[in-house]
Write a protein that binds this ligand. Structure first.
Ligand code: NAD
Length: 338
């Protein structure tokens, strides 16, 4: 039988997760909960997604905009086998009681503190920890991107120490209020940034230091990565290792893709929905090994890389034990893998 999935919060992450759920052969979207009848509510309705009011007091507003409601969020939670909470940072924690009251397993996003859920989740690195759990937190876009490269490196070579500088977009394309608009900020200025500890929610024993910066860009984050391996490697072997990972895309040297702009152009040309890049985009030419030190640059599409992870988290909470099979199902249904 099909797993019934509800999505609470239909913004940048929620609308992508809802679409991905509808594509899965083993899942059905019960509906999506919205706070306001804005353009996203309008497009959800056009797609035929049942709309639920996240704030019952505002049900009239939907009617005024000509949008039909299927009910209020509590009904969505009651009807779902799993709910994916895609509300803004901090709201997920406030919603946790609602999910518990209905005994509905819940998935939270990376903006929440780790203690919002039983486990922090990455489909490649620790799927098994979430099998049968009542709740999981899909880690942030950056932590997801780092976990996907660290897991195979750890397995193949062992990781002595990882050092990563994260050059972060100021805001998503729709976040018109965010900045900086003309500056380069150490952000946070204190070191290490919070990203390393977040990676440690997935790899508790990994030695990692991270530094964050923020720049006037909206399209993607870019990571400058240095991993000291425990055993010898060479660049070609690392390329081969990464080639086996469907969620890692190695940008070929001849592609003429020099940054996020052309990556997004490529995604649009390839017909990707919303120009999404679910895969880490690693510049193949940047993969360099000096002794046991690996270096590379990767770009991370913050709006979409966590989407396949959310789909896999649904299966893990439902008790599916086969991580590789879940990943492959997700990838085939969505078209992940370049
Ligand atoms: P968003 O602001 O684009 O979307 C959140 C949606 O939730 C909005 O539509 C908002 O109206 C709605 N909402 C607000 N309060 C609500 C409530 N009480 N009930 C239901 N819906 C409510 O935010 P986002 O970028 O999609 O982020 C969602 C979560 O995903 C956050 O934890 C964030 O940290 C995480 N995340 C975001 C990104 C990113 O780059 N955008 C990447 C990875 C993880």
């Amino acid at each position: 039988d099909m797993t019934q999935v509800g999505v609470n919060g239909y913004g940048t992450i929620g609308k992508r997760v809802a679409d991905a759920i509808t594509e899965q052969p083993d899942m059905e979207l019960v509906g999506v909960a919205k706070t306001r009848p804005n353009f996203e509510a309008e497009t959800a309705a056009r797609k035929g997604y049942p709309l639920y009011a996240a704030i019952p007091d505002r049900m009239d507003q939907f009617a005024e905009e000509g949008l039909e409601l299927a009910g209020e969020v509590e009904e969505l939670v009651a009807e779902s086998d799993v709910v994916v909470d895609c509300t803004p940072s901090g709201i997920g924690a406030e919603n946790a009681d609602l999910y518990e009251a209905h005994d509905t397993p819940a998935i939270f996003q990376g903006g929440e503190d780790a203690d919002v859920a039983e486990v922090s989740f990455n489909a490649r690195a620790n799927f098994e920890n979430a099998v049968g759990a009542d709740s999981a937190r899909v880690v942030s876009c950056n932590t997801t991107g780092l976990s996907r490269i660290l897991a195979p490196l750890e397995e193949a070579y062992g990781v002595e120490k990882a050092r990563v500088t994260l050059v972060r977009r100021g805001g998503d394309p729709g976040q018109t209020g965010r900045g900086p608009i003309d500056d380069i900020l150490p952000d946070p200025v204190t070191i290490p940034s919070h990203h390393g500890p977040d990676v440690n929610t997935i790899f508790p024993d990994l030695d990692i230091d991270t530094l964050g910066m923020k720049v006037p860009a909206t399209l993607m984050h870019t990571h400058s990565v240095n991993v000291t391996l425990e055993s010898d490697a060479d660049a070609e072997a690392v390329r081969d290792l990464f080639a086996d990972e469907e969620r890692l895309f190695q940008i070929p040297a001849g592609a003429d893709i020099d940054g996020s702009g052309k990556l997004k152009e490529f995604a649009h040309d390839a017909g990707r929905p919303r120009g999404d890049l679910w895969e880490n985009c690693i510049w193949s030419e940047s993969i360099t090994v000096e002794g046991r030190d690996l270096y590379l640059f990767q770009a991370i599409h913050q709006e979409s890389d966590v989407v396949p992870e959310n789909v896999d988290a649904v299966r893990a909470l439902r008790g599916d034990e086969d991580a590789a099979e879940s990943r492959a199902t997700t990838e085939e249904a969505m078209g992940v893998g370049i």
